[in-house]
Design a protein around this ligand. Structure first.
Ligand code: F6R
Length: 237
């Protein structure tokens, strides 16, 4: 695991965009898994600003709430579409979704796992750090071999997700997430961390040791995981 400290959120966005662009130069049909949430938005906007050609990239949705339609403001597919797919011109056929309104979530997770296997695993995972150390919606405790599955969100995640949606929309309590096994199987992982509110949890991730109670701590066991963190998240030297 390597730590790439950067000064600002803007620098974080540029460094992350450089690494995504590099992955696509190396392999135009790279398989990427991309988080929603606020942290990667700058990197996605930077890729759009550069008019990055997404080539034949395949993009996997990292997670999604259960029982939410595509036109619902809580849809994480909708979020990904607005932030990344539409601005970069990534066609629906290039995207592997976790359909949030599926009547059969277990079958949806199995289909997703099969699509990831069919793609030969992921070349790059672009992730954010949850307030409790979750990756995707792999809530503590999540072992490193956890499969793609239906999960119940923790109180911390429900609290932080509350800020994303209009007050009239309750935060869904159940979700589907790419499993730790798939995430840790990605050939390269970028964990983007920004802002003072992530400082304490980032410190725990950096201090280790790996434990299911802090899923992001397993990045220490990965051979090409990068944590790109800004000064506000890292705190005083
Ligand atoms: C979102 C996701 C979550 C977020 C994490 C950080 O698809 O999987 O793990 O990446 O909760 O969220 P932000 O970036 O909003 O602080």
């Amino acid at each position: 695991m390597r730590l790439l400290p950067v000064a600002t959120e803007g620098e974080l966005a540029r460094e992350a965009a450089d690494l995504v662009a590099q992955a696509l130069r190396r392999r135009p049909d790279a398989a990427l898994v991309c988080a929603t949430g606020r942290t990667p938005l700058g990197a996605y906007a930077e890729l759009a600003r550069r008019r990055l050609d997404p080539g034949r990239a395949r993009v996997f949705q990292l997670d999604g709430y259960l029982g939410v339609a595509d036109d619902d403001p809580r849809s994480l597919y909708g979020w990904l579409d607005r932030a990344l797919l539409a601005p970069l011109g990534i066609a629906p056929g290039q995207v592997v979704r976790l359909r949030e309104d599926t009547p059969e979530p277990e079958a949806e997770c199995a289909r997703y796992e099969a699509a990831a296997a069919q793609a030969g695993g992921w070349d790059l995972a672009v992730l954010g750090l949850g307030p409790n150390g979750h990756l995707g919606f792999n809530e503590p405790p999540s072992p490193p071999d956890a499969p793609t599955r239906v999960v119940t969100l923790s109180p911390e995640s429900l609290r932080s997700n509350r800020a994303y949606f209009p007050p009239a929309y309750p935060v869904p309590e159940r979700a589907m997430t790419a499993g730790m096994r798939l995430i840790l199987g990605a050939r390269r992982i970028l964990l983007l961390v920004s802002g003072e509110r992530k400082r304490a949890i980032l410190r725990r991730v950096l201090d280790g040791p790996p434990t299911p109670w802090l899923p992001a701590s397993y990045l220490a066991t990965h051979r090409d995981a990068w944590i790109i963190a800004d000064r506000a998240a890292l705190g005083p030297e």
